[in-house]
Design a protein around this ligand. Sequence first.
Ligand SMILES: Nc1nc2c(ncn2[C@@H]2O[C@H](COP(=O)(O)OP(=O)(O)OP(=O)(O)O)[C@@H](O)[C@H]2O)c(=O)[nH]1
Ligand SMILES: [Mg+2]
Length: 254
Amino acid sequence: MQDANITKLIRFTESKIICTGGVVFIGDGNTGKTHTAMSITEFKRKSFFNLSDATLRKSVNLEWDYFIFQSNIEEYLVRTSSQIFIMPGQKGRAKLGEGLAFEDAADLYFHVAPIKIVLSLILTFDLTDIKTFLELEYWLNRAIERDMVQPYTSIIILGTHLDDYENIMVSDANIAVAQSFIRDLILEKRGLDLKIEDIHTIKVSNLTNEGIDELKTAINHSFLSAFNLNGYLTKQKENNNHDESEISPSSDLE
Ligand SMILES: Nc1nc2c(ncn2[C@@H]2O[C@H](COP(=O)(O)OP(=O)(O)OP(=O)(O)O)[C@@H](O)[C@H]2O)c(=O)[nH]1
Ligand SMILES: [Mg+2]
């Protein structure tokens, strides 16, 4: 079990709310996990661990980066800083000297990640390749085994290659079925009854950037939902109406 105390990931000041947390990409090889992370972080070339070797066609490492998203709730500026981790899409373990496969990277993740609390789990598939969509069950099971699905975790079902219209094989109806399937699987395996609005479905193109803003918004929503910020602020406002006390972290978040 991972540390479930997420209160240390959020800070309140009079006008700002600052929070951070882990965002993990998981899915088959070649589905666009690395490229999507590059799209949302607007790729600062050196920050990706694995990309200096352009001859590498697949990720054989644990990659990470971060991005910061600012939004407003009521009069507060909310700054969420996502720590992004991208798992290799190679299943199982790699042979010695051949980099890392998923199980190796998952071991490493819990050793090196500064933030081990996964607020957004991004199940990634390629819209033009039905196999990668069907494999999401495999990846979700691995994530559950690795305790990456917790009561505060939101799920994002992410289809890439949206630009390749002619070859899209996975329909919105298929994705809607996956959404309930994932909800049921998490309920069955983890006993967690996720709200359907915490299982997002997003389609992106890393070529045209279509859908990238929606993805950022969904990640931001994961944070607001994990910290129950809307509920917290409503309560805070009610309290403030009674007395003008200083804002402080909610005991509800413990
Ligand atoms: N047309 C198109 N190509 C994409 C898109 N996203 C990724 N690609 C291409 O798909 C290939 C795989 O992308 P990666 O980001 O390396 O995939 P990955 O999931 O990180 O793969 P592994 O690291 O092997 O697990 C690359 O050649 C990308 O250029 C997209 O939205 N549209
Ligand atoms: Mg990759």
